[in-house]
Design a protein. Sequence first.
Lengths: 206, 235
Amino acid sequence: MSAANRHSDEPAELALRVEALEALLREKGFLESAHVDAIVRRYEEEVGPLNGAKVVAHAWVDPAYKRRLLADGTAAIAELGFGGPQGEYLVALENTPTVHNVVVCTLCSCYPWPVLGLPPAWYKSPAYRSRIVREPRTVLRELGLELGAEVEVRVWDSSSEVRYLVLPERPPGTEPLSEEELRSLVTRDAMIGVAKVRAPRTGSHG
Amino acid sequence: MMGGLVPGPTQAEGSSVNGIHDMGGMHGFGPVEVEKGEPVFHARWEARVFGMSLLAALRLGGTLDERRHGLERLDPVTYLRNGYYGRWLARLEEDLQERGVLRPGELAARLEGRTIRADSPPSLPVPAREAKHPFLRPIDRAPAFAVGDRVRTRNHQPPGHTRLASYTRTRRGVVARVYPACVFPDTNAHGAGEQPQYVYAVRFEGRELWGESAEPRSCVYFDCFESYLAPDEKT
């Protein structure tokens, strides 16, 4: 695409451009819009952080599964039916009271799609990509997570095809909760490593 | 900031090292802004670009490394201005033109309500059947490094695509994990073959990367292809 081909900087023009591109590709028999629809629907409705929350909650209640998850993340998520693009070699990283893991991709925006869905805008932003490796404690504090001096911060930069999923700590006071209830506590941000999982107010003693 | 999303020019082949995409450790991008209740796609065009890009990747049969390199070749201003899916769109148009699916000027003509008369039917590649793993390639030699080995990254600045970030070049670290052999992006992005090699998660202490400005008790684990690494002689 040469600079001379640029038309306008307006988002409305951009929407028209994409529409025209799809129409051309459809007329050429290169793709069918129904297939585009199916992919979009899949990533809007099926592939998302609820998948990762199932993995985490299951690891919390089943110690044998947790061992398998930490030993071979790809096989362990496949047990729950998850896998596919951007999750073909998955590694789970366990957070503990003294080790906090957080994930980034400084070179592009690699992210474990099958368990977390597509990445949020902040994960793809130059600010996050540039800063989290240099000043992780500061960035985490800005995002609302204050880590104690005794905690080691490990930033995992996804520079190969390995994809990382953080296994957050199970919050105290959640022993009575069922696996389904635990799932609902696990957030996307906790599985990227920019937050902790919080116990529900009603179940908390703190 | 929504302006300027239309694809801009790309740089000449082979100019992506030290590019704008290599942003680990850069200053000046401000706070990380989090959007509450963010949708998967912010506009319908983003969703269409995402879906079309996945389909095009299947139809065109190129490698993920080539597609990443395509993004890295966007000029720095376009790269930052266009945002994530804007970059995907620029790359998609570029790929389609390179492979002859779109003729030069065809999309522009369409937008002006004109049609470019086709002299010959567009060349549509036959989709490749993907039977093998996308990147794991077993090799018949042992890994050169083991967990606990002290290593140093090379001053690796190839003319094209690489996955060794600038902030991790010539740094000392310790091998934390040994991964199976994988397709080597530096060659695979340029049609020079898969040349698989082992990958290592290497732990770099914050002080080693950022000097006096490093935060306490912080480190980076960075995945390094074997040829990025040399043994660290100094102990």
